[in-house]
Design a protein. Sequence first.
Length: 440
Amino acid sequence: MKKVLVVILFLLSSSCAEKSHSVTLTPNPTSTFGVSEKPSSTPFTTILTQTPLSTADSGSNQNVISPQIKNICPEKKIVPIDELGLSGDHRLLLLSSTVESYPRQPSKPMSISSESPIPTEIFDDELYEYSISPNHNWIYFNRPSAEGNYMVLWVSSLDGKTQWPVMALDGNGYAGYASWISEEEILIVGSPNKSEISSINPWEYSPFISVNPFTLEQRQLAYLARNPDDGLYYYDAVDLRGQPWGMYGKLNSVDFIYDYVSDESFSVFSWLDNVNPFDMQFVKPIWVYDESKFAVTVAHPDGIDLALNLDIQQIKENKQYDDVMERFIFPKLFLPASVLGIVPIKQWIALQRFDFFNSSEGENWFYILDYENQVIYDYCLDLQNSAKRIKISPDGKFVAFSMENFASNLEQDQHYVIVLNLENGKTFYLKGYVLVDWDI
């Protein structure tokens, strides 16, 4: 809901192994949770042969890179959580899979860690969802009003001992949902006109209120509602230099950022103006990571174009595409490429081979592109089922997936969580739960 860009991409828009690699792509019949794994003995540390630049312009000055491949597939791949390598202060926050069942049933917030391997309730409220603050100190959730006729936004400490109401979400003539932007600021995204909520789609929502969850002070924001004539969409908001900026643009493109404090807009990412949004292969183009850095990703049939570590001044500059974006060529094994996120601190990009139009054909391998060292880390992990949520740990050492196996006959087996150690390739599986986020 909060990240609607990927939904828009999905609504709108034949791979094989390289002959030089002895990789077996047949699903492992002994795999668990519907996730296939390559044999750990498979030699896969060779340098990738240059792929013909079939999609690159012959006159292009773009920097083109063919990364090496490094296999990270331990012999004992699936381990209990206490053997995964999590430090004592890492917790994974969960809900029971009943929140995704039909009919939906709320669940008490829970956590699991290496020191507490059994999911443990955090506090007694039963919720459908909750969201963690950027510094992982607080959560917000919705609770019905005393009259039961509208929802109220609440904030709580992670142990549930300190809780308070923040504001009504649909009781004052407007409706929307909350979205953390910083530890001391939450945006309300929707419409200030409750009468139009039923007539607009979720991807047409826009911020219109900022609230401090501690002082409860509210501030009206410029409501940049989508105009059917110009196709404007709100994509996300980011806290830069202690103030909120909104990201807006046409389909699959962030064209300007808006300073909600000064009510000013600035054109950004001008080098993407000539990129056809329908050629992006369902990859979200703009990412914000490490609090104030921007990354740009554009998919191509033979790989992806990347720009990392951009600051707010750089994204405002009027530059040529080839002067900013570098082309990374991937082996057919990993194509089509879908970007899942940016790994904090490390300048890594998390990806998955995923063909939206032929999702049942080919293995959906998960892999990491190490941008600085020009290496692909292959974890021999095929995410066969649907990954509904992906959360990378703040220290960049783990990635957690909330998975759904649509082929499962038992409801308790349909939802499960995978946690992958990005340093040693070990994985942990947990049935019957959905992922919320990391807590450190």
